[in-house]
Design a protein around this ligand. Structure first.
Ligand code: ADP
Length: 271
């Protein structure tokens, strides 16, 4: 179902990002994401997927456009709205960003820091916090590892911890930046199945960047393809033809010969 037929959770209106060195990594981008949608971002390394995700959660500041979020009138402009948006927006990273010598439970509890005031962060975790963390650890199938050090876990298990840490935040938007890029194919599919099942069960909106086109076909409600900082494809997984794949993954030096055409953009969502 397209974003326009359901409640819009997130609306990017002409959002662009230019890094400090002057490099424009994201051209003005329009994108509407529906509540409960599982959106996959595809594109070669350097296409701008990470920059797009980071602009959504405020890790990089856009230099143009607006980000509108359901339930936050006025968009992500005021410091208050930005804080609230960040509280509701959880991120799963490729490299997990776990503290290896800490337990799984301690790592997952870190996800609750976003909802704690700075004063409250000085107090120990409450029993309710710990029970909540254990509940999400159980959801990702790692209850028996809750007190194990994170660095004793396999790559797939560590990413499950990364997912649990995001979920404990109680988000309504989940962003995942190449969450399975460093895993072998079978483990990658297992971790993505878990993430997808949880998002669907909780009606959680997700934007997930992936390298693997086959995984996009399996899990995406809709695919957004990027190249050189621009959205060049937007459509259903079934519309991911070989031509689209070539457009997304062709080497940059052939870009002029394969510049995006109307036929490769089945559905464009404009502001
Ligand atoms: P992807 O996630 O698709 O691999 P990125 O968003 O990481 O792409 O990068 C897009 C472009 O922006 C690349 O050319 C990359 O080198 C550049 N880039 C990424 N981060 C920075 C940064 N902090 N400063 C300058 N350029 C950056």
């Amino acid at each position: 179902m397209s974003a326009s037929k359901r409640e819009i959770q997130l609306h990017l209106k002409g959002v662009s990002v230019t890094y400090g060195d002057g490099h424009r990594a994201l051209q003005p981008t329009h994108l509407a994401v529906a509540q409960g949608e599982f959106l996959v971002l595809l594109g070669a390394s350097g296409a701008g997927k990470s920059t797009l995700l980071r602009s959504i959660n405020g890790l990089v500041r856009p230099d143009g456009g607006q980000i509108e979020v359901h339930g936050l009138p006025g968009g992500v402009v005021s410091a208050r709205n930005l804080r609230e948006h960040r509280r509701r927006c959880a991120m799963v990273f490729q490299q997990h960003h776990l503290i290896g010598r800490q337990t799984v439970l301690a790592n997952v509890l870190m996800g609750k820091l976003a909802s704690r005031g700075s004063l409250a962060s000085m107090w120990p975790w409450s029993r309710a916090d710990k029970l909540q963390a254990l509940a999400v650890i159980e959801r990702v199938g790692l209850l028996d590892k809750a007190l194990a050090r994170a660095d004793t876990l396999s790559g797939g298990q560590q990413q499950r911890v990364g997912i649990a840490r995001a979920l404990v935040q109680g988000p309504n938007l989940l962003l995942a930046d190449e969450p399975v890029a460093s895993l072998d194919p079978a483990t990658a599919q297992g971790v993505l199945t878990l993430l997808h099942d949880i998002c669907k069960k909780d009606r959680l909106t997700a934007i997930v960047s992936l390298h693997q086109v086959n995984l996009a076909r399996l899990f995406a409600d809709r695919v957004v393809g990027m190249r050189q900082g621009q959205v060049v494809f937007e459509g259903l997984p079934a519309q991911l033809t070989k031509d689209v794949e070539s457009l997304l993954y062709a080497r940059t030096c052939t870009a002029t010969a394969t510049s995006p055409t109307e036929s490769l953009v089945p559905t464009l969502v404009h502001a």
